[in-house]
Structure formats: C-alpha cells, structure tokens
Write a protein that binds this ligand. Structure first.
Ligand code: KG4
Ligand code: ZN
Length: 361
C-alpha cells in the first residue's frame, strides 16, 4: 500500500479517536508559525516568528525575502513547538498545513516541511485554507462557540460575509469587489507615513483623532452584501497628496479616524444585516482587521442592541498563527475532509469556502 492508501485508513480511524493531537504549520505571509493543538480547541503550543521588522524597511512584505526567512526559521520553530507542548514527534496524530491562499514561495516552505514530516512519521497530512483557519481562531478563543453563525471575514487578503452552517459548510453572502479592507488600511497608513503593517497604526492614531472628513464608502453596493474599499482609499490618498502639494499641514489622526469610522460603519452595518438575512443571531469576526478596536466596539454595541451574540478571537489569534490552522484541521479530520497526498502544493488563491480534495481521493 502506498502512503496515501495507508493514510486513508488512518484518517478514518482518527475520526473516532478520543484525543487527537495535530501539529499545524502556517507560512502564508510574513509569520512562520507552528502549533500543537489537542482536540481542536486546546492549544498546547503556538510559536510564531514574525518577520515584521525585516519587511518594515521595505514598507510591505517582499515575497522572496519572506520565503527565505521562513526557510531559516521553520525547523527551530518546529522544535520549539514540540518542546513547549511537552510532546515528542511520535505523539502527533496528523499534520495540518496552510496550502493557500497566500504568497506561493512562502506557502511552499510550510507545505514542503509538512509533507516531509507527515511522510516521515507516516501520519495524515491535512490541507487547510488560510481563511478557514481565521474562522477557527474563534473556536480556540471561545470553547462554547459552535456553528451556525455569520462570519465577517476581514483580513489583508479577504473581506467577506459568510454563513457558516457547519464546521465545513460555508455559504458566501458577499465579498469585496476590489480591495480587501486590510489592504485599504495598509495603503492609507502608508500614505500617512506610518510604518508597516498599517492597520494597527491607524487603529492607534484614530483613538486621538476626530471624524471630521467625509471620506465616504461607495453607495452603489448598499443593497448587497458586497464591499468596495478602493474608492475611500483613493479619496484619502488624493486628499493627502493635494494637501502635501500645497504645503499644508495634515492632521493625520483626524484622517485616520475619519477613514476608520466610515470603513468600520460599512462593515458593521452589513454584518448585522447579514445576520437578519440569514436568520442567525450569532456573529463572528475573523482575520487581522478583527483586531481593530473600533470595529469590535461597533459590532459589539450593535449586536447587543439587536440581541445578536458577538464573538471575536482573542488578539493573539486574530492575526496569522498556526493554532487556528490546527483547529480548522481538526474539524476537517472529524468530517473526513482535506486529506492530502504528497503531491500537495501551494495555491496563491483559494476560493472562500473551498475544501481541498486530493486528486486520487
Ligand atoms: O489576517 P491577517 O494577519 O493576514 C491575512 O490573512 O491577510 O491580516 C493582516 C491585515 C493587515 O492588513 C493589517 O494591517 C490588518 O490585518 N490589521 C489591522 C489591525 N491589526 C491588523 N487592521 C486594522 N486594525 C488593526 N488593529
Ligand atoms: Zn491571515
């Protein structure tokens, strides 16, 4: 029997095993992370090596530099994750890895490490979509949280509203027609001369600013669950450039605050609408922008007044980490989904809601 035939049997057996320990790997962008997760929700370790300082001087992530740094970091991070979890590699039941979406070169480092490990230990390999990982960050943060719920997915790569009917059943209600919201945050931060990554900087600066500029979000999508952030982004960029050309002084805090107020309003209004539309009174936010203070404040206040339960991941699970990938992998395993063969490769784009299926499965 070849590796994959053996793994199909093991995967089936693991479905009913009482305690399942998953080692998970995330390397889709500028964080190298390895975690050990027990039964989908218990984090035994979650080691993250961030490259933020390395990329900061370039004003954004340089893909080639990211790949090289993942290669340098991954073996040590793996050893650290085992040590912190106080387990040996023989105790791992399966390996889960982000196979997309993300930077191909960066993803490949994690995928190849995971394949070598799974093959060497003769254990199943689970291919996890990065977005599913972000959603699962909430399962780790809130032990009682179960589907169904509506998810507002807000990251550097995605902005979407999803109806999550079961752990692996996703229905797309709406998505961005242009920029992801994190991208807009980062671009506005950049034009204001704030360091990378810009989202947290805008968040901080907005706290001392006022909402005085009318940077509006396009009205054309108001009757849909779709989003557009390129208009407001360009409005801010043009505003800043015009003022700079005239030599006028800018109030960066007011710009940050006005931009953030309009963007978070749009997200909050549509997220609540989506809950009503889906008839679900549970809203979950996921992804890096889910760390935004003002967005969480608005979602939480509005949910309270509409009798909707509101969940956000604890801060450390909001941005990229391997623990969330291990949690998503666990629920895939329990449903017999996502088992990968050794031909698994990195994918720059993965459709929201898509679940990996090996060719010969
Ligand atoms: O989920 P994530 O770590 O990576 C992707 O999967 O894209 O999200 C990164 C994005 C970046 O655009 C970053 O600026 C943004 O999340 N972000 C924030 C905050 N923290 C991170 N945006 C607004 N406010 C924050 N506090
Ligand atoms: Zn992410």
């Amino acid at each position: 029997m070849n590796y994959f035939e053996r793994m199909k049997i093991k995967y089936e057996e693991l479905k009913t095993k009482k305690d399942v320990v998953i080692l998970s790997i995330e390397s889709s962008c500028d964080e190298t992370s390895v975690a050990v997760i027990k039964n989908g929700r218990e984090v035994l370790s979650n080691i993250i090596a961030t490259q933020i300082e390395i990329h900061r001087r370039f004003g954004g992530v340089v893909p080639e530099v990211a790949s090289r740094n993942h290669i340098t970091a991954i073996s040590n991070i793996f050893e650290e994750a085992l040590a912190e979890a106080k387990i040996k590699s023989d105790d791992i039941d399966a390996v889960a890895v982000t196979y997309g979406a993300g930077l191909v070169g960066a993803l490949l480092v994690g995928v190849n490490f995971a394949k070598a490990l799974a093959y060497n230990l003769d254990i199943p390999l689970i291919a996890v979509s990065h977005v599913h990982g972000h959603i699962a960050a909430n399962y780790i943060s809130h032990p009682q949280l179960e589907p169904p719920f509506v998810c507002l997915m807000v990251s550097g790569g995605h902005t979407a509203l999803l109806e999550i009917n079961d752990y692996e059943e996703f229905k797309l209600l709406g998505t961005t027609v242009d920029d992801a919201v994190g991208e807009a945050f980062d671009k506005v931060a950049r034009v204001l001369g704030l360091p990378y990554p810009g989202g947290p900087e805008i968040d901080k600066l907005a706290k001392v600013g006022n909402n005085v500029y009318n940077f509006t979000v396009s009205n054309s999508l108001k009757d849909t669950f779709n989003f557009s952030f390129s208009g407001i982004k360009t409005a801010v960029v043009n505003f800043v450039h015009n003022h700079e050309q005239k030599g006028e002084k800018l109030n960066k805090a007011d710009i940050a605050c006005s931009f953030q107020e309009h963007v978070t309003d749009e997200l909050a209004v549509k997220a609540i609408k989506a809950c009503h539309y889906a008839g679900i009174n549970k809203l979950v936010v996921a992804g890096g922008v889910g760390a935004n203070f003002r967005l969480k404040e608005k979602l939480s206040t509005r949910c309270e007044s509409e009798n909707i339960e509101f969940y956000a991941p604890v801060l450390k699970y909001c941005t990229d980490n391997a623990a969330m990938i291990g949690s998503a992998g666990y629920y895939m395993l329990k449903r017999g989904l996502g088992l990968a063969d050794l031909d698994l490769t990195a994918k720059p784009n993965v459709e929201l809601g898509a679940i990996y299926a090996a060719k010969n499965n």
